[in-house]
Design a protein around this ligand. Structure first.
Ligand code: S3P
Length: 188
């Protein structure tokens, strides 16, 4: 058993990138931001990286160039991040639907599906009006449909953790425990 000694130049005992996947609103960014210092890794958010690279918000990118173009940029940014030094990476809700993204994540990282029920997702995802996919129609219907379509992909993640119940701090601890069991690294 690895006793938690640093495994690489990050100084983190977790020598792999941790990729958070799952629906919009499940808390990937908030949880990821807290998980990263817990594991001694830097945090990055794929949507924010896309926004920085393009100089546009995700909403404006969808509007100006369309979803397909956003998806191509998203896959590129995630490949770059996942093949670099270990980080905690929060991905956008549609990222893990892409087959080559799933493959590069499988090859280079440990993936964690953050799960929640439809009502919790609707409640959290509609707090801010920033999500282009929720703009045209009833958010609950859209989220139910997307979750049904995407579950088959999310379920291919290495680990899954329920983020619906309790505060985000509790979800972080559940993820730490799941990663420790999976990687056989002791994370106190
Ligand atoms: C999307 C989720 C968003 C963002 C874009 C598309 C999706 O990210 O990438 O609006 O397809 O579910 P979050 O999951 O961080 O909201």
């Amino acid at each position: 058993m690895n006793r938690g000694e640093p495994q690489d130049q990050t100084g983190s005992p977790v020598a792999r990138t941790i990729v958070l996947v799952g629906m919009m609103g499940v808390g990937k960014t908030t949880v990821g931001r807290r998980l990263a210092p817990r594991l001694g890794l830097p945090f990055k958010d794929a949507d924010q990286e896309i926004e920085a690279a393009s100089g546009m918000s995700v909403g404006d990118l969808f509007e100006a160039h369309g979803e397909e173009s956003f998806r191509a940029g998203e896959a590129q940014v995630i490949r770059r991040l996942v093949t670099g030094p270990p980080i905690v990476l929060a991905t956008g809700g549609g990222a893990f639907v892409n087959e080559s993204t799933r493959q590069v994540v499988k090859d280079h990282a440990v993936s964690v599906w953050l799960r929640a029920d439809v009502d919790t997702i609707v409640q959290r995802a509609t707090r801010r009006p920033t999500r282009p996919l929720l703009k045209n129609g009833d958010p609950k219907q859209i989220i139910s449909r997307l979750l049904k379509e995407r579950e088959v992909f999310y379920s291919q993640a290495d680990l899954s953790v329920d983020s619906a119940k309790g505060p985000h701090a509790r979800t972080v601890e559940k993820i730490v425990d799941a990663i420790a069991a999976y990687t056989k690294v002791e994370l106190a």
